[in-house]
Design a protein around this ligand. Structure first.
Ligand SMILES: [Zn+2]
Length: 477
C-alpha cells in the first residue's frame, strides 16, 4: 500500500524523518523493568462488530518514551502502552500523516483523512480540495446501523472528533460544528466545549428538534445518564477544553476521568445490542506539546495510558471489538536530552511540578505593568514548576513581551518556547518547535480484525481498512 506524498518541492527533506523508539538499555532503568507484556487476550480475533479508535492527539514517539521512563521510575514497570506492544497478538504499524498540500498536517486534515479516505487541506473538515462534501465515517456507520459516538478531553467540536461527524470549511467555526453535532443525531458525545454547543442545543430544544438528547454536565451526571433510556447522551463537562491533568486540583480533580468516560461510552453504545463505532481522544497531549510543557505532557500521557488500559480490558471482554490507537500527527517531538544523573533527576522534577505553563501564563495579572511582566512570569514559573529558571529568565521573558527575538528559531521565540527552553535545563526535556511535526507515528491494534493490519499504513488507508471491515459505503458516491 503506497500513497503519494503531497506536492512538496523538495522530497529529500523526508529522508531522515523517522524517529526510532529510545532504548533504555544502559540507562540504569532497564534493571527495574524486564519486559513483561500484559496477559494475552483470552479469545482469538474474529469478525469485527465494534470499532474503538483511541486518538492520542499529537503523540510523538518521544512522548511515548517519556511516559515509559516515568512509569519505570515510579512503578518499576514499563508503560501500559509498551506492555501492550509486547503482548502476543498485538499488531504494530508505522502510520503516516501527510495532508493534501502540507507535509506537516493539522488535526482537521488528519481526522478528515481517517473519516473519508481522502487527503484534505489543513483546517478543512470533510471538505475535499475540490470542494466536495464526503460523508464522514460516523454518519455512514450510523446509516449502516451502528451506534456512533465521540469522547474527548478537548472541545467536542474540536477538529479530531468533528472530522468524524461534520462537514465544515473552517475547523475554528466551532459554533457551526456544534449545530451539526446536534442535528446529525450522534448517539453519544462527551467532552468540553459547552460554550460552542449550548446555543445549538437551546435552539434545538426550543424547536422540538433535540431528538431525545439527555445532557450531563458532571461525571456523576454522566454515570446516571449512561443508565437512562434516553436515545442520545451529550456530556458537556467544561465550558471550554477540559483542564490539563496537572491543573485538575481540588474540586476540579473530579471534573473528568477519560478512562471511565471511554468505558461508559462503549457500554452505553453497545447496550441495545447494536454494533458501534466510537472515537475517544486524549486531545490535550497535543496542547501540552505545543506549549513545550513537559509536566503537562506527562499528565496527559498518563491519562492516555490509563484510558488505553481500560479500553483494552473492554476489548478483551467483548468479542468482536477492534481497538486501534494512533495519533493524528506528532507535535513538537519532545525528548529527554540530559546525560547521566541529570536526566533521571529531570524526570523526577518534571513529575513534581504543580501546574501547567498554560495555567502559569494565565496567572500573570492583567494589571501587571508591561515592563515587569517578564519578572512576574519568571517568579510564577519557578514557584509552580518547582525549579530555578536562572538569573537571565526575567530578561528573556520580558523580551518576549517586548516582541524581541530570543530564540534564533523564530517558531520557538514565544513565551511557551522560551519557558520550555529555560525549564529544559532542569527537566531535561527539550522540544524541537511549538508546531506539529511531519514524523510518522505509532499505531497499535488489538481485538477482532487486527491481524489484517499492514505494517505501514497511511491515514487514508486506515479509513479504507475500517470501511472494508465494517462494510461501509464510500465517502463519495
Ligand atoms: Zn496541535
Amino acid at each position: 500500500m503506497t500513497t503519494e506524498l503531497p506536492p512538496a518541492s523538495r522530497r529529500g527533506i523526508l529522508k531522515a524523518s523517522l524517529v526510532g523508539l529510545a532504548t533504555l538499555a544502559g540507562s540504569g532503568l532497564a534493571t527495574a523493568a524486564a519486559p513483561k507484556p500484559v496477559a494475552a487476550a483470552a479469545r482469538p480475533a474474529g469478525k469485527v462488530r465494534n470499532v474503538i479508535m483511541l486518538v492520542p492527539d499529537g503523540m510523538s514517539t518521544g512522548s511515548l518514551s517519556l511516559l515509559d521512563m516515568h512509569s519505570r521510575l515510579t512503578t518499576g514497570k514499563p508503560s501500559f502502552w509498551n506492555r501492550l506492544r509486547a503482548r502476543a497478538g498485538t499488531r504494530h504499524a508505522t502510520h503516516t500523516t501527510y495532508a493534501h498540500e502540507s507535509l506537516v498536517t493539522d488535526s482537521a486534515a488528519a481526522s478528515s483523512a481517517w473519516s473519508t479516505g481522502i487527503k484534505h487541506k489543513i483546517k478543512h473538515l470533510c471538505i475535499t480540495p475540490d470542494g466536495r462534501q464526503p460523508r464522514p465515517i460516523l454518519m455512514r456507520a450510523k446509516a449502516a446501523g451502528y451506534k456512533v459516538g465521540c469522547v474527548t478531553t478537548t472541545t467536542i467540536t474540536h477538529a479530531t472528533p468533528a472530522g468524524f461527524y461534520c462537514n465544515a470549511p473552517e475547523r475554528n467555526d466551532e459554533k457551526a460544528i456544534g449545530e451539526q453535532l446536534i442535528e446529525r443525531g450522534i448517539d453519544l458525545a462527551i467532552g468540553g466545549g459547552a460554550k460552542h454547543v449550548d446555543p445549538a442545543l437551546e435552539a434545538a430544544q426550543a424547536a422540538g428538534k433535540a431528538m431525545g438528547l439527555l445532557v450531563a454536565r458532571s461525571m456523576d451526571g454522566l454515570r446516571a445518564a449512561i443508565e437512562n433510556p434516553a436515545p442520545r447522551i451529550l456530556g458537556l463537562m467544561s465550558s471550554e477544553q477540559i483542564p490539563f491533568v496537572v491543573d485538575r486540583r481540588g474540586p476540579a480533580r473530579e471534573q473528568f476521568n477519560l478512562a471511565e468516560a471511554a468505558v461508559l461510552a462503549a457500554r452505553r453504545l453497545s447496550a441495545g445490542g447494536s454494533p458501534f463505532f466510537l472515537q475517544v481522544e486524549a486531545g490535550r497531549i497535543d496542547h501540552a506539546a505545543h506549549n513545550n510543557d513537559a509536566p503537562a505532557l506527562l499528565g496527559e500521557m498518563l491519562e492516555y495510558d490509563a484510558t488505553l488500559e481500560a479500553l483494552v480490558a473492554y476489548t478483551d471482554q467483548n468479542p468482536g471489538t477492534l481497538l486501534v490507537t494512533v495519533a493524528d500527527h506528532a507535535t513538537a517531538n519532545p525528548g529527554l536530552t540530559l546525560y547521566g544523573p541529570a536526566g533521571r533527576l529531570g524526570m523526577e522534577r518534571t513529575a513534581a511540578a504543580t501546574h501547567s505553563l498554560e495555567w502559569i501564563l494565565a496567572s500573570v495579572a492583567k494589571t501587571t505593568q508591561k515592563e515587569v511582566r517578564g519578572l512576574e512570569l519568571a517568579k510564577l514559573a519557578e514557584q509552580h514548576l518547582g525549579i530555578p529558571l536562572g538569573d537571565d529568565a526575567p530578561r528573556l521573558l520580558q523580551n518576549v513581551y517586548d516582541a524581541i527575538a530570543v530564540d534564533p528559531f523564530t517558531a520557538r521565540s514565544t513565551a511557551y518556547g522560551v519557558l520550555g527552553s529555560l525549564a529544559a535545563n532542569q527537566f531535561g526535556v527539550g522540544f524541537i518547535s511549538i508546531n506539529h511535526s511531519a514524523d510518522a507515528v505509532d499505531l497499535l491494534a488489538v481485538g477482532a480484525g487486527s491481524d489484517g493490519l499492514p505494517g505501514l499504513i497511511d491515514n487514508t488507508e486506515l479509513h479504507d481498512w475500517f470501511t472494508s471491515l465494517l462494510g461501509l459505503a464510500p465517502a463519495l458516491s
